[in-house]
Design a protein around this ligand. Structure first.
Ligand code: BGC
Length: 453
């Protein structure tokens, strides 16, 4: 079992979660700045105003990445730092920041992977209707063009969107995330369609204005399943449950609703039939726009649910065993998902897979020796990566981005969900690489060889 020779070992973050400097150097407001001010939305009443202060500390962070031997760093651009009003005038200071970050990464031999959108829509655009506005794909195209013009001489890898499932599902269908609209499915379907068109436009623009041949993908989430056994009937049951059996309250979380149009050029028929009364009109022109060729299947994968085939031939969810492990933000620990999902994705979409996020929220405590001994994270990562390695023998897998480089602002959980390889003391901004960072360094240095013991 092995990973390919040039496997991309990386770590990921997102602008609002790590940058801070929210009111500096001309950055405009995003929906998250405003959402955090609402009563009761963020568990510890915090926000991303300072976060990990990466805006001022990126050099120190990159030093730490280099020490770990990271081959790649996935980060997102803050749209409102680059275009404070969402469209129109470019903020040179914002461009300068990302340019410096990119140069510093390259100087340390670390490949930048840029995500254009990790949920922080400029607030001015939200006031114009946000993703419900039919002009939104063009706003996004304008922004993507600027990213191509300023950064694509040095950045080869771009992702359009991070987890549209989340910012539409939790932001337009429930008010757990920004912009906090508890709207009807009909509207959320419209927003989702605009997001997919925006993805298509961004791919077109990146290809047109890219200063070198670019590798482009997106980084969706989803509700995932894996089979109880490798028997074909269980494997089919898991796939059916994930791709076909989509409940009304779950469509926004489905893999197929977002990825089928992008990779296959059509929305899943069974789902369209089920929701035909509330879907917006999809023209062939729209579908062609969404279906731009992209280079890999990115997927953020944290956990899944076990499925088996019942005696009646129908799939069912296998209940958890008593005492099954859960992380501190209540995600089940299911390492098998990193074996099965890449296989399912490759089979359905036929492109090399990149795990764009995976990782664990933990209670990390600084010990008396000043170190953070996060043994349970190492156990978690080891079992997940062993599964990924097994999958890499069967289907092409190009990279893995651990979430996250640093403990950071975990959205509605505030700073309570620590995901980092590097501990951050948010009182002082002191960084302490955890035991898992040293362990990951060995994983990278041995290209996963140390996982087999
Ligand atoms: C998101 C990250 C988030 C992580 C852990 C993903 O849903 O892309 O921004 O911090 O999972 O919850």
């Amino acid at each position: 079992m092995s990973f390919k020779k040039d496997f991309m070992w990386g770590a990921a973050t997102a602008s609002y979660q790590v940058e801070g400097a929210a009111k500096e150097d001309g950055r405009g407001l995003s929906v998250w700045d405003v959402f955090c001010e609402k009563q009761g939305k963020i568990k510890d009443k915090s926000n991303g105003d300072i976060a990990c202060d990466q805006y001022h500390r990126y050099e120190e962070d990159i030093e730490l990445m280099a020490k770990m031997g990271l081959k790649a760093y996935r980060f997102s651009l803050s749209w409102s730092r680059i275009l404070p009003e969402g469209t129109g005038k470019v903020n040179e200071k914002g461009i300068e920041y990302y340019s410096n970050l990119i140069d510093c990464l390259l100087a340390h031999g670390i490949e930048p992977f840029v995500t254009l959108y990790h949920w922080d829509l400029p607030y001015t655009l939200h006031k114009r209707g946000g993703w419900l506005n039919e002009e939104s794909p063009e706003w996004f195209a304008e922004y993507a063009k600027i990213a191509a013009e300023y950064f694509s001489d040095r950045v080869k890898y771009f992702f359009t969107f991070n987890e549209p499932q989340c910012f539409v599902g939790l932001g337009y269908l429930s008010d757990i995330h920004a912009p906090g609209i508890n709207g009807p499915d009909r509207d959320a379907f419209t927003a989702a369609h605009h997001v997919l068109k925006a993805h298509g436009r961004a791919v077109q623009v990146l290809r047109e204005y890219g200063k070198q041949p670019l590798k482009i993908g997106f980084a969706p989430a989803g509700k995932y399943t894996y089979p109880k056994t490798a028997a074909p009937k269980d494997v089919e049951a898991a796939k059916k449950m994930m791709f076909d059996n989509i409940a009304l309250e779950d469509w926004a979380w489905s893999v197929a609703w977002w990825s089928d149009p992008i990779f296959l050029g059509k929305y899943p028929e069974a789902v369209c039939e089920k929701y035909k009364d509330i879907l917006p009109a999809f023209t062939q022109e729209d579908m062609d726009l969404i279906h731009q060729p992209i280079d890999f299947v990115g997927q953020n994968i944290y956990d899944g649910r076990m499925v088996a085939c019942g005696d009646d031939g129908e799939p069912y969810f296998v209940p958890d065993y008593i005492g099954a492990p859960y992380t501190t933000i209540n995600s089940p620990v299911t390492p098998e998902i990193l074996y099965w999902m890449p296989k399912f994705l490759y089979e359905r979409y036929g492109k090399p897979v990149i795990i764009t996020e995976s990782g664990m929220a933990n209670v990390d405590i600084v010990s008396a020796d000043g170190q953070v001994h996060d043994g349970s994270r190492i156990a978690y990562l080891e079992s997940y990566l062993q599964n990924l390695c097994k999958a890499a023998d069967e289907v092409p897998i190009d990279g893995y981005f651990l979430w996250s480089l640093l403990d950071n602002f975990e959205w509605a959980h505030g700073y309570q969900g620590r995901f980092g390889l590097i501990y951050v003391d948010f009182r002082t901004q002191k960084r302490i690489p955890k035991d898992s960072a040293k362990w990951y360094q060995t994983v990278i240095a041995t290209n996963g060889g140390c996982l087999h013991r």
